[in-house]
Design a protein around this ligand. Structure first.
Ligand code: 13P
Ligand code: 13P
Ligand code: MG
Ligand code: MG
Ligand code: MG
Length: 369
């Protein structure tokens, strides 16, 4: 019997601003899920202003009924958000709540269909104020870096390595890389996480799924590439997979990710427990939560709030220090994102206004001073 674990998420309205999810939305989602006959189990959580539906069922990946259920629930939550006049009510679902975002409208999804092992440990990573490329570095560390994951060296069930499936979000292509042999080639691509994003990781011995992210291709709006942000990722742990600690260790040294305020800045990814998943400082910094579950016949035994561990306090301190450092740069790159990557820009308007004041420089080098 195969079990499908689906994590479906959307921002349907922030409380307050873009910092959190109102408890009424969580309550609404739980009520609706309780009433559904399609599911084995569910858990509702949030990170920042994104509500996350964690679902188990037997209907497989890309199932229409499950997608419809999630969409209906998130629409019902949107109605609550509208009533409370929450910030950006229906942001990820309604075309009038988000500027220009039509084709990419809809919830973000990460899901895997698995044969439950004797003990099936999974960690669900969820982030706010960043995009799916934020998982590239930790997924690389978890599944390809022996300095993070000693199991790659000492566990006979993991020594074969992992296959990485990488999406080119712009050209809408995918490619497979075998780690460890092809890590140099792979890093050429995944080191550019705004465009090349890890979608799946597979165990090379069994071919079984090890991890899946919510990455999906970018779509063009008004000449710019726009993507679905605030990503999720499911990672299987133990026996043949990295241990729980090897997965979480990848977040012990906060890396820089794109997102933060107005989706237009670079900042550290701060690992927090759910109670601290309210990005407020400069609408951030970007943060990640990790919920651990044991699956038992599709039942979600848990969650355990993984970053509620004082051993991550130093990582948090480092992230906060980086945040201070980056903030001092204000509107300058590389704190502010590159022109092509910002969610907000006034460049076209300002350029139009000032275009007659730009004076051509002489072409030849001698006088062009
Ligand atoms: P225990 O000895 O506590 O079961 O831990 C086993 C282990 O391998 C931890 O990584
Ligand atoms: P969200 O993508 O989490 O809604 O954040 C938007 C934003 O502009 C924060 O400053
Ligand atoms: Mg929002
Ligand atoms: Mg968000
Ligand atoms: Mg967002």
């Amino acid at each position: 019997k195969k079990i499908t674990l689906s994590v479906i998420k959307a921002d349907v309205g922030g409380f307050v601003g873009h910092s959190g999810v109102h408890p009424e939305l969580v309550k609404k989602a739980c009520e609706e899920l309780d009433a559904s006959p399609l599911l084995i189990d569910h858990h509702v959580t949030y990170v920042g202003d994104d509500i996350n539906l964690i679902l188990t069922h037997e209907l497989g990946c890309n199932n229409e009924d499950i997608r419809r259920l999630a969409r209906n629930i998130l629409s019902a939550c949107t109605e609550v958000a509208k009533k409370l006049k929450l910030c950006g009510a229906g942001q990820d679902l309604l075309s009038d709540a988000f500027a220009g975002n039509i084709k990419g409208l809809g919830p973000g999804v990460a899901e895997m269909e698995i044969e439950e092992r004797k003990s099936e440990t999974v960690i669900i990573l969820m982030a706010d104020k960043t995009g799916a490329g934020a998982w590239n570095l930790p997924l690389y560390k978890i599944f390809a870096d022996p300095f993070n994951t000693t199991g790659l060296i000492i566990d006979p069930n993991m020594h074969c390595g992992f296959n990485f499936e990488v999406y080119d979000l712009v050209e809408k292509k995918k490619i497979n890389f075998a780690a460890p042999e092809e890590i140099y080639d792979m890093l050429v691509f995944i080191g550019a996480p705004g465009r090349f994003v890890i979608k799946h990781v597979y165990h090379r011995g069994t071919g079984e799924i090890a991890a899946v992210s919510s990455a999906q291709p970018l779509y063009r709006v008004a000449g710019r590439y726009v993507g679905k942000d605030d990503p999720v990722c499911i990672v299987r742990c133990q026996t043949g997979y990295p241990s729980l600690g090897e997965v979480l260790e990848a977040f012990s040294h906060p890396h820089l990710v794109a997102g933060w305020l107005r989706g237009s800045h670079i900042g550290p990814l701060l690992p927090v427990e759910v109670k601290d998943a309210h990005p407020v400082r400069f609408d951030g910094p970007p943060r990640v939560i990790a919920l651990g579950f044991q699956l038992a016949g599709g039942k979600l035994v848990g969650p355990q709030d993984m970053f509620a561990d004082p051993a991550f306090d130093n990582a948090r301190q480092v992230a906060l220090d980086i945040a201070d450092y980056m903030r001092r740069m204000g509107p300058f790159e590389p704190h502010r994102l590159h022109l092509d990557e910002m969610e907000y820009t006034t460049m076209p308007q300002v350029m139009r206004k000032l275009k007659d004041r730009f004076i051509d420089l002489p072409e030849d080098r001698e006088t062009g001073t």
